[in-house]
Design a protein around this ligand. Structure first.
Ligand SMILES: N[C@@H](CCC(=O)N[C@@H](CS)C(=O)NCC(=O)O)C(=O)O
Length: 206
């Protein structure tokens, strides 16, 4: 199996944390997004969206970070990390929520407050930042409620859904995500960041 990713990407980290947690052996190729390696014809044949992460397992090509994470979690057979039955749909519910709401709101903050500066793309659009912060607060409230009385998102065991939602917060401190306004979310994020998979995949600059 081969994973195409980039160590600075949240979406990449969603998968590399899973790889680390499940101790999977696979080849990893870093796609240099700053040089446009995601838009070469060879890479577009793997992911026509021109984005990382992507996974190749024999003839099977898979893109979308949540789908890759679910595939790896399922094929690993770890039923605590990716449960069966109704709990699986509970995990998937949170993963769809992550893709549709959580990652989008946080993605605006990452773009406006980090990427624009990194790539000399001008000043942050303050109106977009304010709107995204509104959304982040709205969704943080949802998470805070869900985490009240639960160690992890689904209960006693950490699951792939925690990993997806947690990896989106990679740059939370740098972008001023108001995690401390939500005590259960803050408690959970500390626990996520202390997991060996998250320690090992924390982005390193320079
Ligand atoms: N929904 C996709 C998003 C993938 C994505 O946007 N990846 C970014 C890095 S975080 C990327 O490769 N961007 C390259 C580009 O847009 O040129 C997923 O979850 O995998």
């Amino acid at each position: 199996m081969k994973l195409y990713t980039n160590p600075l990407s949240n979406n990449g980290r969603k998968v590399t944390t899973v790889v680390h947690h499940l101790q999977l052996q696979l080849d990893v190729e870093v796609v240099d997004l700053s040089k446009g390696a995601q838009r070469t014809p060879e890479y577009l044949a793997i992911n026509p969206n021109g984005a990382i992460p992507a996974l190749v397992d024999g003839d099977f090509k898979l893109w979308e970070s949540n789908a890759i994470a679910a595939y790896l979690a399922d094929t690993s057979g770890d039923r605590s990390f990716f449960p069966e039955g109704a709990a699986r749909y509970d995990a998937l519910r949170w993963m769809f929520w992550e893709a549709n709401h959580w990652s989008k709101a946080l993605g605006v903050l990452n773009f406006e407050l980090l990427l624009k500066n990194m790539f000399n793309m001008g000043a942050p659009d303050e109106a977009r930042v304010a709107a995204a912060l509104n959304d982040v607060r709205k969704y943080s409230r949802v998470l805070n409620t869900q985490l009240t009385g639960r160690a992890w998102l689904l209960g006693d065991n950490v699951t792939v859904a925690d990993f997806m939602i947690g990896a989106d917060l990679t740059y939370a401190a740098m972008t001023g995500v108001p995690v401390d306004e939500f005590p259960e979310l803050a408690r959970w994020l500390s626990a996520i960041n202390a997991l060996p998979a998250f320690v090992a995949t924390a982005p390193r600059f320079g």
